[in-house]
Design a protein around this ligand. Structure first.
Ligand code: BTN
Length: 331
């Protein structure tokens, strides 16, 4: 994939948060003024908030604290030799990276691999949606986890991943972070993070789960209108810039622990905790299925394999698919 390295060099230069005149940049890069404008446009394509103010020059609105493998490793509390960490400035999608590795059979069996990127040109969300996040504005990563069991034993996995994210974000004393079944991470009912899990493997095992996670930290102004759902980010919620390297390190440790527990005990041992995080427990909701039909009921927990339970007019029923939309709060 084509990455404009010159544009990235410009970004590093602008990261001092100062104005840089187009003339001085052209001198530095030994190129024309037009080439500098081209690089600025390139950065804007990566949704970097970079502006050109007449009489002042070019300014990066929100300087970036870059991801740093050494720092991330410092915050990982498991033996780090068990994890193989790859950092990219720009990639199409961290999930795609593993999908093609699996196709080519190039994964190392005894290592859990993690791919992280500052920007994705083809970030993917659930149900074919696009996942948008500007360069350095969030955490975008995938972890490829090998399970000895077959594909059918992995139900509930996406809910367990949600628990790992909640545990870590709540450790920063961030209020009002909850989960919406099955795995949307919400803050005040706005989307803060999402999980996309893609499973490959054999019916009887082994199977591989590519667990992709996107967390919004500090969304650039230019990206907010492009996101087609109510979204938020950690900096708006906390008024602070939370350390991405630290969150990633802690999250990888938490994921490592919960995934091992899940591989052994399944979802049932996490069920009570998950329900305590569910923002819609006890609420009257519509569950809307992919074909557009819907069923109404009151949310009454989840099953041992992560299906949502609804108290409907025909009694208690559980469902594995659909999107829930609130009708009213019962308590
Ligand atoms: C959702 O729609 O809620 C899921 C969003 C998942 C986004 C992450 S970002 C890292 C990984 N790579 C992708 O292309 N998608 C996931």
């Amino acid at each position: 994939m084509y990455v404009n390295l010159r544009a990235l060099r410009l970004l590093i230069l602008l990261n001092d948060g100062m104005y840089h005149s187009v003339n001085s940049l052209a001198k530095y890069f030994r190129c024309s003024l037009a080439s500098i404008y081209f690089l600025v446009i390139q950065l804007q394509k990566y949704n970097v908030d970079v502006v050109n103010i007449d009489g002042y020059g070019i300014l990066l609105n929100k300087p970036i604290v870059w991801l740093d493998a050494e720092l991330i490793t410092r915050y990982i509390s498991i033996e780090s030799e068990k994890l193989e960490l790859r950092l990219f400035d720009i990639i199409d999608s961290t999930n795609n990276y593993f999908l093609s590795q699996l196709k080519r059979n190039t994964l190392i069996k005894d290592l859990t691999s993690v791919t992280v990127a500052e920007f994705q040109t083809n970030g993917r969300g659930r149900e074919g949606r696009i996942w948008r996040c500007g360069f350095g504005n969030g955490l975008l990563f995938s972890i490829c986890w090998r399970f000895e069991k077959g594909v059918s034993n992995l139900s509930g996995l996406s809910l367990v991943v949600g628990i790992a994210i909640l545990r870590v974000l709540r450790s920063y004393a961030i209020q009002n972070i909850n989960i919406k079944w099955p795995n949307d991470i919400l803050c005040n009912f706005h989307k803060l993070a999402g999980i996309l899990i893609e499973i490959r493997g054999e019916v009887c095992g082994p199977s591989y789960a590519i667990i992709g996670i996107g967390i919004n930290f500090n969304l650039s102004k230019s990206i907010i209108p492009l996101i087609n759902q109510r979204a938020t980010d950690l900096s708006s919620v906390t008024g602070d810039l939370i350390n991405r390297n630290q969150v990633l390190g802690r999250l990888l440790s938490e994921l490592y622990n919960v995934l091992n527990e899940f591989a052994y005990y399944g979802f049932s041992s996490f069920k009570k905790e998950w329900i305590s995080y569910h923002s819609y427990e006890g609420c009257e909701v519509d569950l809307i299925f992919p074909n557009g039909l819907a069923i109404t009921g009151i949310v009454d927990g989840v099953t041992d394999d992560g299906a949502i339970c609804l108290l409907t007019l025909e009694g208690k029923k559980s469902f594995n698919i659909g999107n829930i939309a609130i009708r009213s709060r019962i308590h």
